[in-house]
Write a protein that binds this ligand. Sequence first.
Ligand code: SF4
Length: 456
Amino acid sequence: MLSVFDMFKIGIGPSSSHTVGPMVAARRFAGQLTTEGLAGRAGRIVVDLYGSLALTGKGHGTVEATLNGLEGRAPRTVDPAIIVPRARALMQPDATLMLDGRQPVPFDGRRDVVLHMHEFLPRHANGMRLSAFDDQGGLLAREVYYSVGGGFIVSDAEFGQAAATAADVPYPFASAAELMAHCQREGRTIADIVMANETSWRSEAEVRAGLFEIAAVMKDCIESGCRQEGDLPGGYGVKRRAPAIFRRMVSLQLAGRTDVMLWPMLYAIAVSEENANGGRIVTAPTNGAAGIIPSVLQYYRNFHPRAGDEGVVEFLLTAAAVGMLYKMNASISGAEVGCQGEVGVACSMASAAYCAVSGGNLAQVENAAEIAMEHHLGLTCDPVGGLVQIPCVERNGVAAEKAIKCAQLAILEDGQHKVSLDQVIETMYRTGMDMQNKYKETSLGGLALTVGVPAC
Ligand code: SF4
């Protein structure tokens, strides 16, 4: 079983699979060298990036994240402001990499970082290989990692093995049908079931504290995104729009002319711009789609008449349960199934959560999650210039509003529907498998081709 804290991870932008995952993998490799007593013998470290990590890694900060990870920095605690300057320093001639934060190793970025643009490793589109050599060029250690979406990484040996958390939980589920059967049998909500499972690993007080921390980071991110002016990085001159939209919304509100449904769009744009700028982000369930859940949660807190702390807990637990279903049965990686696996999944999670905190019953919550995904099926991933900006920022805004509308539609009806959540999850995965690679986070097709110069 996955945990709510697997689905929501505090980290950095702009990409969970291309920034957070590589940083985690590199940190793990460096830590392993220390643990095995090899770090002190290292005379050279080589980073090989493959497939989507090479094709869109430049725009996603993959090299920067990997180098910082090799120096022992972690996405949750690193100061986002130091990542790029430190990586730039390491890419200068005669640099010294502080392996695992403690062991100096000579580093030449032009020689030791290799982007394999036209080569994919066999198991996943996001592959990377890290190697350590001694002073004579002898291989000390080598590991292949795959960044499989949402900041999750697996080594070559771990690929395909059952995940994450070993503890037995009282309510294991591998499908929406199984999850709902627990709810019906126990007379409990989805959030109750997930909380019961979480308390197998940590106390309820710790779970709640963790959820409130996540909610606080999400809120800070919206506020920061509404303040920060200027252009997003990457050289395309994409302007940050949230501050100007915010000012316009406030003046419209003062004049009594605001459409309340524009607020979630603004919140999501604000978060997505923070993400594109490499800021502090909650992966929800990925970074590319990180604007949607904070936005809908903030909309609930600001506009729902019964909003409160219990609702925040219920919201995040319900959203996480839906995200786990996609992670276990399909994919949350744009490089594997296109944007339907990122923005589509986040929209589905947010819609179920908003339906639950709005008083929707079990069937209505499942229906909300299903509707929200059904109308993202086939959505491609085609980021212009390999940057998580166009179409990602606006796409988050549109999906946030859609999540609320899908929940409202589900509540207007009795929950009876033809397509089950399990069926739509299976359909999403099959659709992703049928999709050409150029539409799966390679920036070789779609908008990336017609609007911008491909990253490669
Ligand atoms: S298009 Fe969608 S999946 Fe692709 S990078 Fe943007 S948000 Fe992520």
